[in-house]
Design a protein around this ligand. Structure first.
Ligand code: GMT
Length: 382
């Protein structure tokens, strides 16, 4: 595509899924020559702090005033979108995570339209904005309305598309654009020395990466690992941080597993850890896509995950890993032991995981977003 666009990307700046996807997307678009304007309440974590000619970050700073127990973030976000759209001449606005971004995007578009400025809004649904938070009765009608008012609506999996239709009963078309992997960043690196320092006696390395929220069921990772560690020499690396972390640390102490489990905390280069890992565990209760699993697979690390949400769209049972029922820690452990004790099968799963991840490579997925931007710009005029 030749036309270079000026694209506003509204996202959360955090390590969590939607922020990562939005940031990686923006960086990839910038690399293709588009002008990218991130609009967020902080500098996005995945964005390296280095200067890139066609990337700018615009921070949203809600007003503090003694009357406001809750500073009005949505209003300030609308104000920031207006400012960026007017002065940077945005062609299109892409908001990630419906709450409250779709609502703010819609309002900004309406205000601009009253000034004769056209700004098409594309909303990407990521998961909990539909499956959890969005379903809350206090916000559901607003979420539904904002989705319907977006010029284009995308979802990161077929599961999420169907879930949105069935819960919100909207008639708007939802385009499924799966999450992607930038193989320039995510691929297995040779870190033999690093692995030896963590597993000096050749222990198998199991890993879990998440934001330690309840839906991630980190306790199932630990309980599965307890069974695995009795069957073969192994270690568990827990990467990330969040509300459940201290409970999980207590659980490790209670189970006397502290010598075998390490809490690493947040990491920007997760691929380093994934490169030395033998198996990734993702026992989530709900997962619209499971980007963390795809990142592991790109680093040739097979995945044992639950069979819910969008996970079966990525992880293939008996090929790239295994799928188990939510909460079935015994099944998770059994599959882990069988796989890790069979080097031939393990090597085959590693290869399959990598091959599957390639189906979601950035160069395959990015054109879908670019095509949507072009369509939106051409079709949506004031
Ligand atoms: O749940 C998270 O870890 C964060 C959440 C978000 O929206 O920030 O992630 C969701 O979006 C990711 C990127 O599209 C998906 O890979 C995750 O599956 C999804 N999380 C859930 O559905 C629980």
């Amino acid at each position: 595509m030749d036309k270079k666009l000026s694209i506003g990307i509204v996202c959360y700046p955090t390590f969590g899924g939607s922020g990562v996807v939005a940031t990686e997307l923006g960086m990839a678009l910038a690399a293709k020559g588009h002008n990218i304007h991130f609009i967020s309440y902080r500098h996005p974590e995945r964005l390296s702090g280095q200067f890139q000619a066609n990337i700018s970050v615009h921070e949203v700073r809600p007003q503090h005033y003694p009357l406001f127990e809750f500073p009005p973030y949505e209003l300030t976000l609308i104000g920031k979108i207006l400012e960026v759209a007017r002065f940077e001449k945005l062609d299109v606005l892409h908001v990630h995570y419906a709450i409250p971004h779709a609502f703010s995007g819609y309002n900004a578009r309406q205000i601009l339209a009253s000034e004769g400025i056209s700004l098409p809004v594309i909303t990407t649904l990521h998961g909990t904005d539909v499956t959890l938070v969005g379903k809350d009765r206090s916000v559901a009608p607003v979420v539904k309305y904002s989705m319907e008012q977006s010029d284009y609506l995308t979802a990161v999996s077929h599961f999420l598309k169907e879930e949105t239709y069935s819960y919100f009963n909207i008639s708007k078309e939802i385009h499924v654009i799966h999450n992607f992997i930038d193989f320039g960043k995510f691929s297995k690196k040779e870190f033999g020395h690093f692995k030896t320092s963590i597993a000096p006696n050749g222990e198998k390395l199991l890993v879990h990466v998440s934001n330690f929220r309840k839906v991630k069921r980190v306790q199932d990772v630990i309980r599965s690992f307890e069974i695995v560690s009795k069957a073969l020499p192994s270690k568990l690396l827990l990467v990330g941080d969040g509300p459940e972390r201290s409970k999980m640390e207590s659980l490790c102490r209670e189970l006397k597993l502290c010598d075998q489990i390490r809490f690493i905390g947040k990491l920007s280069a997760v691929e380093d850890i994934l490169s030395i890992s033998d198996l990734f565990l993702l026992p989530s209760e709900t997962e619209s896509f499971g980007l963390a699993a795809l990142e592991a697979m790109a680093c040739e690390c097979p995945v044992i995950s639950t069979n819910i949400g969008g996970l079966p769209e990525i992880n293939i049972h008996g090929v790239t890993g295994y799928l188990t029922d939510v909460g079935d820690v015994e099944a998770m452990a059994k599959h882990a032991i069988d796989l890790l004790k069979n080097p031939v099968l393990h090597a085959e799963f590693r290869k399959n995981a990598y091959g599957r991840a390639q189906e979601f490579s950035l160069d395959k997925i990015l054109p879908f977003y670019e095509a949507l931007y072009i369509k939106a710009v051409q079709e949506v005029a004031v």
